[in-house]
Design a protein around this ligand. Structure first.
Ligand code: AVJ
Length: 319
């Protein structure tokens, strides 16, 4: 096998079709909503990278601290020969794991973006000759089949991205991951934790306005991909903490009454002045809740590590 293979399980036009379906469904209903995955075009991914360096946005640094301190324990608990990384994005945190997994033979990054996969995979190969990279172009929220690489397998889902799924989506996702695992395999899951409301809201409404720009970028995506006529300047960035559901919501609030036209969907979307469009849910967790959700999917919680500040957790679970 060549050291770098790419398998596409996502038809080339599936992304475009999914965007149309999500926008049609989410903007035809009230309250209006869009799934957060549409933030991440090239500009959105760049803005997210910028967010991870903001003083207010602690999750990336907290998770990196845990990985740096615990990579050896993670490798001892699951001496993986294959590392599968879901939603791999930038591979910087992955390197901390790769360095600790002495017997690693294959790295399987899974992402909807083939360009992101190629960039991440090529960088890693340069530093880890002998490793086979088998990139998978797939949507981890829908069924994926893993390449035939040696076990044990460690499946990593980092960054707290599971918090961007709604509770029923999380249950379906964890059950699907459980289906990929055999005895001896494990799931390494990053979850942001419930904490002081001020700290949480600041992380999603930073003083320099980068998160506001990231949020509004989804309107640029709709303008470009669906010929919509949204003007981002017509909307305010809003981040609120929902204390019952223990999640942050990002919204875009119309500054005036307006009607957006989306010709590609033959759709007109009226907004009242002050009407909000929900663009992201970012759930925060507690250990007991994570244990319960893993358990419901047939995964037993085996390790729980947090950063020194108790802001973020990495859990290791298995069948
Ligand atoms: C994709 C889960 C890392 O929800 O914190 C950052 C995305 N949204 N700021 C999160 C995000 C607003 C982020 N993750």
């Amino acid at each position: 096998m060549s050291p770098f293979a790419v398998t596409r399980t996502l038809p080339a036009d599936a992304t475009a079709a999914a965007l149309r379906a999500d926008v049609l469904a989410g903007l035809s209903r009230r309250p209006r909503q869009l799934p957060p995955k549409w933030f991440y075009d090239a500009r959105g991914s760049e803005l997210f990278e910028e967010i991870t360096r903001l003083p207010e946005y602690y999750p990336t640094r907290a998770e990196r601290e845990i990985l740096a301190g615990r990579a050896g324990e993670i490798a001892a608990a699951c001496p993986a020969r294959t590392l599968v990384e879901l939603g791999s994005g930038s591979s910087e945190k992955t390197r901390l794991l790769l360095g600790a997994l002495a017997g690693l033979r294959a790295y399987v990054p899974v992402d909807v973006s083939e360009s992101a996969l190629r960039r991440a995979g090529e960088g890693l190969l340069a530093d880890h000759p002998g490793l086979t990279v088998h990139a998978l172009v797939a949507d981890f929220q829908h069924g994926m089949e893993l390449p035939d690489t040696p076990g044990p397998r460690l499946v990593a889902f980092l960054g707290g991205t599971i918090g961007n799924l709604l509770p029923d989506e999380r249950a379906a996702f964890l059950a699907a991951v459980r289906g990929l695992l055999s005895p001896g395999d494990a799931l390494l899951l990053g979850t942001d934790l419930v904490k002081d409301e001020k700290v949480l809201v600041a992380a999603y409404d930073d003083a320099s306005g980068v998160t506001a720009e990231f949020n509004k970028n989804v309107l640029e995506v709709l303008d470009r991909e669906l010929a919509a006529d949204f003007d981002p300047a017509d909307f305010d960035h809003v981040a609120v903490w929902d204390r019952e559901r223990e999640w942050i919501e990002m919204r875009l609030r119309a500054r005036r009454a307006l009607t957006a036209k989306i010709p590609a969907l033959d759709l007109e979307v009226p907004f009242a002045a002050g009407e909000e469009l929900r663009t992201e849910v970012s759930a925060k967790f507690r250990r007991e809740g994570v244990r319960r959700e893993l358990s419901a999917a047939g995964l037993g919680l085996r390790h729980w590590w947090t950063d020194a500040g108790g802001r973020f957790a990495l859990s290791l679970s298995g069948p």
